[in-house]
Write a protein that binds this ligand. Structure first.
Ligand code: HEC
Length: 186
């Protein structure tokens, strides 16, 4: 057999093998995907799609006040880790009297001095606290606890009602000292 004939035979053989593999793949044979899982549905994603943006986008309906929040802080056991009056205990203080020391990255790493957006407080508490039972607070309860922490840090009035409209308007003291990567998105 000439070299060129041998080559074309090899090529033909290769094509035939490839063709068989494709056919087998379609039938669920050789090289098939494992066939595990199912396409995810919108309804499955929705309960996890809870991110709140700095401008308050995605804040849920409802409202709360510091007075209710103070009670919840004890009822929900936040004080067991964050101390009486949220002044710090086993875990960090959420309310502090410290003066803003430094700016931007140099500031005290407290909520009052370091967090850029009040809405982050809502997002964080709703998704992560209480530490041992996250996502057990109702939307209303989160508004009240947020109001309690903001009022304790003297960032809002004691009687201010926090809701989807008022919360994004609370300006955190250190906000303008952060470099915003995508200013047009907020
Ligand atoms: C079992 C202990 C525990 C309980 C109870 C608890 N926390 Fe926390 N909390 C933590 C820990 C630990 C952290 C730090 C988590 C980290 O840095 O990843 C934290 C962090 C936080 C922060 C962020 C503080 C910061 O400066 O970064 C907030 C706000 C907060 N908790 C609020 C609450 C609220 C409100 C409750 C009650 C509904 C609560 N926590 C209950 C342990 C607890």
């Amino acid at each position: 057999m000439s070299t060129s004939k041998a080559l074309s035979l090899t090529a033909l053989l290769a094509l035939a093998v490839a063709g068989a593999a494709v056919a087998a793949d379609e039938k669920g044979g050789l090289g098939a995907r494992p066939g595990l899982g199912a396409p995810i549905q919108e309804a499955d994603i929705k309960p996890w799609d809870i991110t709140i943006l700095p401008d308050g986008t995605n804040l849920p309906p409802g409202s709360g006040t510091a007075a209710i929040g103070a009670k919840l802080f004890i009822d929900k056991g936040c004080n067991q880790c964050h101390g009486d009056g949220a002044k710090g205990g086993k875990n960090g203080a959420l309310i502090s009297d410290e003066k803003l020391a430094g700016q931007g990255i140099e500031a005290n790493k407290t909520i009052k001095d370091f967090w850029a957006y009040s809405t982050t407080l809502y997002d964080y508490i709703r998704r992560a606290m209480p530490w041992t039972t996250p996502r057990t607070l109702s939307n209303e309860e989160v508004y009240s606890i947020v109001a309690y922490i903001l009022a304790g840090n003297k960032l809002i009035d004691e009687n201010a009602v926090m809701d989807a409209k008022s919360l994004p308007q609370v300006k955190m003291p250190n906000r303008d000292n952060f470099i915003v990567k995508f200013p047009d998105r907020i």
